[in-house]
Design a protein around this ligand. Structure first.
Ligand code: UDX
Length: 444
């Protein structure tokens, strides 16, 4: 199958390479010349495990070409739209400029019977609004939401949990379904569940899934707030309720909360769209989900202040982690970087370390200190904050770190460290959702 992919960011670059690896002939288009150049050299323009290897493999097979020329999509039969839908400046709503421009740009190059497949996360109603332009040239629009997680993007694309097609009613929808079945023949044969819906349902599936995940995280973080005041242990609480199969333990890790390019902006855009539709009340709880998430960052700063006896100004604070989660260099809405910035604003001498995200973090917060060498970053610290659970932080040897720092204060923002080992090495350990512990056990 000849396929085009418009937008070669986290979603599109992975999708293009994955489709080529399934044996399709893929052309990828992006307006960003540097990104295209990097991809053409078989180098992912961002950190995503496994993507470089995949790019090199599909490029040497000749099945993936990339370009800044929108005209290269002509001749493809299936056209994926993978551009971003960031939060609008000054409102909660999604900014649809890139989606609208991508579809407008494709229309001139479409042939009769082509299928345009939207993968971007859009407010419900977008596909219905755009379908007319595509149908006017004899093509069909499908909405096919993407559920990939950064860090597992290649695996999630090639072996998804489910595949959803939002199609128009009638023969055009059936034809488009058959075409997409051919594109996804390999994952469908695994077998992967395939659910064919109308446009609004497909659009809602994506935001509903992300809203549920965000709610699950904020639920456990709300319990963490309770644990902190009542003297409980949120990690044990999560283990205990997670054994109930109806609840499940996944996505119940309490800590600094969610960030990234999807969950925060998707729940906000969902609230904005629901308001427009007159159904704001139905998702008003997402405002609380967002508020709980932000409160964790404030709490982290308070805990740091407590460890520094209230004197943040001038204190040396080592922040371990800038990416919004491990195995990513993405700092979009990163809780870790936000906490670092808040501490910086309060006058702390902040040094941020991250295995992959320093360049992106520095571009966003140039005023903070950055250090690529972990030992140097730890040297002289009055408090160490573990804010992204990279493996190398989880495996830190507290005795070795103790030799570097000025004071043995550690704040575990992701409940990622073994408290007893750190305390055994003489550290004062605090974590979100876990009571302060004395030698005799937890205290209130
Ligand atoms: C998410 C969805 O998982 C994915 O299906 C969707 O397509 C895009 O958004 P991603 O943004 O890559 O993917 O990150 P994810 O792994 O879901 O983590 C989101 C955030 O939640 C991270 O900041 C992570 O640290 C946080 N998180 C996750 C928790 O705080 N606790 C958890 O238990 C799980």
């Amino acid at each position: 199958m000849r396929i085009s992919v418009t937008g070669l960011g986290y979603l599109g670059a992975v999708h293009a390479a994955s489709m080529a690896s399934l044996g399709h002939e893929v052309v990828g288009v992006d307006v960003d010349a540097a990104r295209v150049e990097s991809l053409a050299l078989g180098k992912a323009p961002f950190f995503e495990p496994g993507l470089d290897e995949l790019l090199t493999r599909v490029q040497s097979s000749g099945r993936l070409t990339v370009s800044t020329d929108p005209g290269v999509v002509a001749g493809a039969r299936v056209h994926f739209v993978c551009v971003g839908t960031p939060q609008s400046a000054g409102s909660l709503a999604a900014d649809l400029r890139f989606v609208d421009a991508a579809v407008r740009g494709l229309v001139d190059h479409l042939g009769e019977g082509d299928v345009v497949v939207g993968k971007s996360t859009v407010p419900v109603g977008t596909a219905g609004r755009l379908a007319g332009q595509v149908e006017a040239v004899g093509a069909t629009l499908v909405w096919n939401p993407e559920f990939l997680r950064e860090g597992f993007a290649v695996r999630d694309t090639l072996h998804p949990d489910r595949i959803v097609y939002g199609v128009p009613a009638g023969a055009a929808g059936e034809r488009a379904t058959a075409v997409l079945d051919e594109v996804y023949a390999a994952p469908l044969s695994e077998p992967t569940p395939r659910i064919v819906t109308d446009y609004p349902t497909a659009e809602l599936v994506k935001v509903a899934a992300n809203s549920f995940l965000a709610t699950k995280i904020s639920f456990i973080n709300a319990m963490a707030e309770l644990c902190e005041v009542a003297g409980g242990e949120v990690t044990q609480l999560a283990d205990a309720i997670g054994h109930d199969a109806r609840i499940g333990r996944r996505f119940l890790n309490a800590g600094l909360g969610f960030g990234g390019g999807c969950l925060p902006k998707d729940i906000r855009a969902f609230m904005a769209r629901a308001d427009e539709l007159g159904a704001g009340e139905a998702v008003a709880f997402l405002g609380e989900v967002d508020a709980i998430n932000t409160r964790r960052r404030v709490r982290m700063v308070d805990l740091a202040a407590g460890m520094l006896d209230g004197t943040i100004e001038g204190a040396r604070v080592t922040v371990l982690g800038a990416a919004f989660k491990p195995d990513s260099d993405d700092v979009r809405d990163s809780p870790a970087l936000d906490v670092a910035a808040r501490l910086g604003e309060l006058g702390a001498d902040v040094v941020v370390h991250d295995p992959q995200a320093i360049d992106n973090a520095r571009a966003k917060h140039p005023g903070l200190g950055y250090e690529r060498d972990l030992d140097t970053a730890l040297t002289g610290a009055d408090v160490v904050l573990v804010l992204t659970e990279w493996r190398q932080y989880r495996e830190l040897d507290p005795a070795r770190v103790a030799a570097r720092v000025a004071r043995r204060n550690v704040l575990d923002g992701r409940n990622a460290l073994d408290r007893s080992v750190w305390q055994g090495a003489g550290w004062t350990y605090r974590a979100l959702g876990r009571a302060e512990e004395s030698a005799g056990g937890p205290v209130g």
